[in-house]
Design a protein around this ligand. Structure first.
Ligand code: TRP
Length: 332
């Protein structure tokens, strides 16, 4: 039997190239090797968007189009919607017995996100406990592997610990200890050089961006601030424009040549950016095309996903039943 994968995204907007590099490409590669589930995490999205349910709802269509665009094959990957599998909430409350407030408070992902959202003083409990809920997502199909970006590593670590504690406590092997599978070795910085790319940071290149938008954004990418003239020697290491070249330009000889001339101060930024734009367009052009196609069949994709929910519910119910057996609370 194929090993199982579960991963997911919060529907809070369109996906960007950070997602492409960090997780989407990996999923496309893995989907034929594994039994892959991709969850649209709309309940989790509400934990920091509860005032804005319209946005969460609208963004589901965006995600489905982005998935299609990058090559997630709806015939082999089971895409489903979190809110349609209430068994996840049941698993969540059982797992919560094995988490501690202290463990949650030390979760680096939560810490960073609390700071980003200005939630430190007044933290919504629903948000604070989402790592446990995410562990329930992973457990609901007994996933073996979780392909995510590096920022999610502590989440998967928490999930493993919860599963281990549950099994140990009841002397069972009901839950799997899922392993994280990372995409790129580093996160892609935003076009402003910020370590994280994100919508709220206004520094993202979206899969849905037109070629003109892409070009404009590439020409906005931050370069070496100490290099004022094309004849100044520049620094390549840690320079956002070269991180992008390393990530998107498959012509490595060209990249080496650009770096060499940049270091010596014999090249202008315009050439470096133009070549990056060309390289990115080669990769993102076909994705944009497919995305346009997906826009035309959003309703069909959604229907597909709604069908899948039944299947996932049945799988998750089995997990619930096994957990209830272990805890001696099953009466039917
Ligand atoms: N927290 C993830 C993110 O923000 C999304 C997510 C929800 C997820 N449930 C998951 C990822 C389960 C992996 C597994 O990107």
């Amino acid at each position: 039997m194929k090993k199982r994968i579960l991963t997911g995204d919060r529907p809070t907007g369109k996906m960007h190239i950070g997602h492409l590099i960090g997780s989407l490409r990996n999923r496309v590669k893995l989907q034929y090797e594994y039994d892959q589930f991709v969850m649209v995490a709309n309940v989790q999205a509400l934990t920091d968007n509860f005032h804005n349910p319209e946005k969460v709802k609208e963004s589901i269509g965006d995600l489905l189009c982005d998935y299609y665009a990058v090559g997630i094959d709806y015939d082999v990957t089971t895409v489903f919607i979190q809110s349609e599998v209430p068994q996840i909430h049941e698993i969540f409350i059982y797992l919560a017995n094995f988490a501690t407030v202290q463990q949650l408070s030390h979760n680096p992902t939560i810490k960073t996100e609390l700071a980003q959202k200005g939630f430190e003083k007044s933290t919504p409990l629903g948000f604070y406990i989402y790592p446990i809920h995410q562990a329930a997502d992973i457990c609901c199909v007994k996933a073996d592997l979780v392909p995510v970006g590096r920022d999610q590593a502590p989440m998967v670590e928490d999930c493993r610990e919860l599963a281990r504690k549950f099994n140990q406590t009841y002397g069972v092997s009901v839950l799997h200890e899922a392993q994280a599978l990372f995409g790129a070795s580093r996160n892609l910085p935003g076009i402003d050089g910020n370590a994280k790319m994100g919508k709220s940071l206004n520094n993202a290149i979206y899969l849905a961006d037109t070629t003109e938008e892409l070009r404009k954004k590439v020409f906005m990418i931050k370069t070496d601030p100490n290099r004022i003239r094309a004849t100044d020697p520049g620094t390549v290491e840690g320079n956002t424009i070269f991180i992008y070249h390393d990530t998107f330009n498959e012509n490595t000889a060209e990249v080496e040549d650009l770096k060499e001339r940049y270091r010596r101060g014999t090249i202008g930024d315009v050439e470096v950016k133009q070549k990056l734009y060309d390289a990115m367009e080669r990769q993102l052009g076909p994705i944009r095309e497919r995305r346009r196609e997906a826009e035309g069949k959003k309703a069909e994709l959604l229907e597909r996903v709604i069908e899948n929910n039944n299947r996932v519910r049945a799988i998750a119910q089995e997990v619930v039943d096994q957990m209830k057996d272990a805890m001696k609370i099953r009466f039917s």
